[in-house]
Write a protein that binds this ligand. Sequence first.
Ligand code: SF4
Length: 392
Amino acid sequence: MARFPLSPAARAFKRRFFPDATLAEWNDWRWQLRARIRDLAGLERVFALSGDERAAVARHRGPLPVGITPYYAHLLSRDDPSQGLRRTHIPVGAEYVRAPGEYDDPLGEDAHMPVPGLVHRYPDRALFLTTGFCSTYCRYCTRSRLVGEVGGEHTFSLPQWERAVAYIAATPQVRDVLLSGGDPLTIHDDKLGWLLGRLRAIPHVEFIRLGSKVPMVLPQRVTKDLARLLGRHRIWLSLHATHPDELTPEASEALDRLADRGVPLASQTVLLKGVNDDVATMTRLMHGLLRNRVKPYYLFQSDPIAGSAHFRTSVDKGIEIIRGLRGHTSGYAVPHYAIDAPGGGGKVTLVPDYIQGRDGADLLVENFEGKVYRYHDPEGTLGSAALLLAAE
Ligand code: SF4
């Protein structure tokens, strides 16, 4: 097996909580999956749980169980329940409270499945839900209704994949397929390779993307064979990144392997209250992604999933963060900030309003320092409304 880095923090964690694991086991993604922390006893062995966390874990039933790889557990605070990354993975009582405007399926995906597991909402794109399995379960997951429940309402099987592939093959307008789930990179190479090969063989499928959090939570999964497989099938990867602390030497190795094999990397981040909702943290994350050859792509306003209100910021906060990035750092480091419109309306990108108004033939625009400049724009109308409002 190819050598994999082991950061000093992970080494210390391993020595303390998994002393019997060999280095080869720790660096083997299958061992990481088998050794996941999945229940109250497993959590209490590592973390000093609060009463709220303990009660929330004890009452949990159904999808979105607890699941944390030993590797990822080393990034969570053992003593502080308010630490951002810990909050994203250890349940609390607020998860059981449905706030106004929250839904089990906020994006209306289930209503747009022509065959089970395939969402076809927009003409030229299809979302292929490949598995309900993830190596770690994020408490704010948009698909919390369908992940991690063996024998639950949503099942994933080879015959289902066959039907989804047949639907795409018979639907020539689908030129873009997004593989998601669950996490498709938890699927073994031979099965994943089979699926990618089938999709690649469909002439009208031009673009295949794969959404995954694996390089951040289970970087050992990115073996050289997997990177080669994704490169060979010309796959683009959408990386789910939450916080700069995730960008460890291990994650960097995984991202390097992918980039070296020609896999284009772009990130998606969910804006989460108390986790990454400040300009400094977000800047560190975006800079860290760029250093690892990942283009920051989307910053999402948190979807209104049932029981997620404790993670949701106002939209003002997202705009404030984009304002704090744009112009203050490289344009490459600035993601699109978007709301995924509830009910299946699609992504709506939001930007700070830099138009200050109009003065005759001049458009008045504000730069990142708050200074107003004139741009001669004799045929334009933008800014007129602002002027009228100011005059009222
Ligand atoms: S890895 Fe993705 S699909 Fe899995 S629980 Fe986290 S957000 Fe949901």
